[in-house]
Design a protein around this ligand. Structure first.
Ligand code: SF4
Ligand code: F3S
Ligand code: FES
Length: 248
């Protein structure tokens, strides 16, 4: 039975804020977001927390719970040990606006840098036939709800502000890979994935994949295949020669 008082420690304030301790009622079947809402209703009416769907689909409620990146609406209170204190902090990789709300504009800036889908203009709309395996690959990547938990957890930028300029993060490298592997896309995204979006910074630690609430195999299905394509482009001498004399 999960009902009863529970100790919550919640980040209050901006980047220089601190944890505030609350004793709060928890009922059977609740998730962390329910308890944050109860705090707002009872003890902390000005607590800032972003949320929208309460169903794991909008990607708004990303926070760190006991140091682990999670969706607050999908983290059941029953997953904690009896009496365990629950600490809720904002995502560490992005600037804190207030309390649990971060400024995630880094992610939108990175999204805008990616050249958009570039089909062959000679192909009439509706004429292109895609193989089922190509459709399925795109569908997996398109499950992304843009919660940015993968971006938050990746060590390349988590404690390295200086890498943000040159690294788009797993979510957007996955987008580049999706377009690169799309049979109808004619743009060559291999060189820019490395030179502009920082694919080379990724050393395949797979933390991004571990935290993805949509269980997208970001590393295995997007980042590693993209690295293989880049390596083929850079180091295969026949490909290199072909590109020099205009065969490709
Ligand atoms: Fe979130 Fe997964 Fe999308 Fe990353 S890839 S933003 S973890 S849904
Ligand atoms: Fe970062 Fe994921 Fe690569 S966590 S290092 S992008 S495998
Ligand atoms: Fe929408 Fe949690 S409120 S994902």
């Amino acid at each position: 039975d999960m009902t009863g008082k529970r100790t919550f420690r919640v980040w209050r304030g901006g980047g220089d804020g601190d944890l505030t301790t609350y004793e709060v009622e928890v009922n059977e079947g609740e998730v962390v977001l329910d308890v944050l809402h109860r705090l707002q209703a009872t003890q902390a009416p000005d607590l800032a927390v972003r949320w929208n769907c309460k169903a794991g689909k909008c990607g708004s409620c990303s926070v760190e719970i006991n140091g682990r990146p999670k969706l607050a609406c999908m983290t059941r209170m029953s997953t904690f040990a009896p009496g365990e204190t629950v600490s809720v902090t904002p995502m560490r990789t992005f600037p804190v606006i207030r309390d649990l709300v971060c400024d995630v504009s880094y992610n939108y800036a990175k999204a805008r840098e990616i050249p958009s889908f570039t089909p062959d203009p000679a192909t009439a709309p509706g004429d292109f036939r895609m193989r089922q395996e190509d459709v399925q690959r795109s569908q997996e990547f398109r499950k992304c709800i843009e919660c940015f938990l993968c971006q938050n957890v990746c060590h390349v930028i988590r404690d390295h502000e200086e890498n943000k300029e040159n690294f788009s993060g797993p979510r957007f490298l996955m987008r580049v890979a999706e377009l690169e592997m799309h049979p109808e896309d004619t743009a060559d995204r291999r060189m820019i994935s490395q030179d502009e979006f920082g694919l080379g910074y990724c050393n395949i630690t797979k933390c991004c994949t571990e935290v993805c609430p949509e269980h997208i195999k970001i590393t295995d299905n997007a980042l590693i295949p993209m690295k293989e394509r880049v390596a083929g482009r850079r180091y295969d001498p026949v490909v290199w020669l072909g590109s020099k004399i205009g065969l490709r």
